[in-house]
Design a protein around this ligand. Structure first.
Ligand SMILES: [Zn+2]
Length: 168
């Protein structure tokens, strides 16, 4: 069996190309985010299914999922629900937060909203293969000093959004 070095593995994980294990708590909240995302089924096309859960001190303070007609993205809905409690919180989301505007896109970047809300950490299952995002959302968050984990539950996240992923 082929093996890769620890540093290469870490690089792949940071790029969202390889899953990471994640703590039990991370997995629990990511499963909730995945379940929320699934609620948008048949409503989000051509957008991806996205669910977000915001946790502060072990308590869920915000949750949201995307419906195409609702326009607002899951992260923004969850941030609105959390209000000021989003500060220093951890955000669990099944897909990398978006980071661009224009090109017919109807919402401002979620990366900006997360930075403005001063969240402490973001955990996402996978990067967004859309070339307009593709790791830039994660990079923007990290540049702002937010701790970002990419990779736990990557298989479940890929299966959930298989229809979206084949577009890229
Ligand atoms: Zn977004």
């Amino acid at each position: 069996m082929a093996t890769i070095s620890t540093s290469a593995k870490k690089g792949f994980q940071q790029a969202g190309l390889l899953g990471t294990e994640g703590s039990q708590l991370d997995l629990y909240f990511l499963d909730l985010a995945l379940a929320l995302a699934a609620k948008g089924k048949d409503q989000v096309r051509p957008n991806p299914l996205v669910g977000a859960v915001i946790v502060r001190d072990g308590i869920i303070v915000g949750r949201g999922f995307h419906r195409y007609e609702g326009i607002k993205h899951a992260e923004v809905l969850a941030l609105e629900q959390a209000g000021r409690l989003a500060k220093d919180a951890t955000v669990y989301v099944n897909l990398e937060p978006c980071c661009y505007r224009g090109d017919g896109k109807r919402t401002p970047p979620c990366s900006d909203a997360l930075i403005d809300a001063k969240v402490k950490r973001v955990v996402c299952c996978m990067t967004d293969p859309n070339p307009r995002v593709s790791g830039r959302g994660v990079a923007a968050l990290r540049e702002a000093g937010i701790d970002v984990t990419v990779g736990p539950r990557i298989s479940a996240a890929r299966i959930l959004n298989s229809e979206y992923l084949v577009m890229f």
